[in-house]
Design a protein around this ligand. Structure first.
Ligand code: NDP
Length: 289
């Protein structure tokens, strides 16, 4: 009997993957391998679970292009930027990279596609949102928040308030990104919420159901849209609370798929197919885990 994937991988296969510690929870292999099969591309996308001390030596060993590139997930995104020879503006603004490309000349190129993924998620699930001159509140001041800030400012947002558990990190972001960005402590959320068109959770709060700060969502203006970058669980406590108050929501899985599209094209040389299939594959994988 022929193995099911006999035709999928050959001696000429393009190889890409995702690097993390841990990485077994990643949905990226499901999404990318699904697209590879749909496109009939001779390629494979593998998970690389690394010891945290081995990130730099692993990546250095990939120079030259035997592997076309890797996505990078926690906790390596800042180190991915540091190890690269070149970086795009999004990676520099985020001080982090979620995509490394290995060029045949040995150079490593860093990119950050999380901001593109964020905008794609709104395009898919709340297309009525017009970021031009909008007021946005971002919870969190880590790498994901930085990536979001760069993309939102580029999209013409008028005002962004960053609220973070450690307020000093929010102030660092306001200093870095300039006059359209301000910092507030978490307990000043109600003030920022009243004028916000969009609320984005870019913090790790919500990964566990009992570590979510209590937020005055009832202070948000009617018509505001609430987005959570966390996608496990897909319906986070924040999204559930927002929905119960009647707000439109955008989930983190839409962002994950949105950031995967430009990665796929960079790895395999053609655009990912349009359509909802990756969401179906990812939901099936989440349900099975
Ligand atoms: P970082 O570790 O860089 O930053 C974590 C942030 O979360 C910090 O601001 C931290 O605050 C805050 N935080 C952590 N725990 C809590 C808590 N219990 N209450 C309040 N604030 C908390 O992580 P990233 O920025 O890279 O990622 C943030 C989240 O976004 C993660 O859940 C990640 O999975 C998700 N993400 C999703 C993506 C997608 O495609 N859907 C893409 C990228 C990220 P402090 O500064 O005080 O420590």
């Amino acid at each position: 009997m022929r193995p099911a994937n006999l035709d999928a991988v050959s001696g000429r296969s393009l190889i890409a993957g995702v690097v993390g510690a841990p990485v077994r929870q990643s949905l990226s292999p499901v999404i990318h391998n699904g697209w590879l099969a749909a496109c009939g591309i001779d390629g494979v996308y593998a998970p690389f679970a690394l010891h945290p001390d081995r990130f730099e030596s692993f990546v250095d060993g990939l120079r030259g292009g035997g592997v076309t590139g890797v996505n990078v997930t926690l906790p390596f995104k800042a180190r991915a930027l540091a190890v690269a020879d070149e970086a795009d503006d999004a990676a520099k603004a985020a001080s982090a990279a979620n995509l490394l490309l290995f060029r045949p000349d040995g150079a490593i190129e860093a990119r950050n596609t999380d901001g593109l993924g964020l905008l794609a998620a709104f395009h898919d699930q709340a297309p009525e949102v017009d970021f031009k001159d909008a007021a946005v509140v971002i919870l969190g001041a880590g790498g994901a928040a930085r990536g979001a800030l760069g993309a939102l400012l580029e999209a013409g947002v008028g005002r962004i308030w960053v609220l973070n558990r450690t307020e000093a990190r929010a102030r660092d972001l306001a200093d870095f990104f300039g006059s359209r960005v301000g910092a507030l402590p978490l307990d000043a959320a109600a003030t920022a919420f009243r004028s916000a068109h969009v609320l984005i959770n870019a913090s790790a709060a919500g990964l566990e159901s009992d570590d979510v700060p209590v937020l005055p969502l009832d202070q948000l203006a009617s018509g505001a849209v609430v987005m959570d970058m966390v996608y496990k669980p897909l319906q986070t406590p924040l999204l559930r609370q927002a929905q119960s108050l009647g707000f439109r929501t955008v989930d983190g899985l839409a962002m994950l798929i949105g950031q995967a599209r430009p990665s796929f094209e960079a790895f395999f040389g053609q655009p990912a197919p349009k359509g909802d299939e990756p969401r179906r594959w990812a939901l099936a994988s989440l349900a099975a885990s």
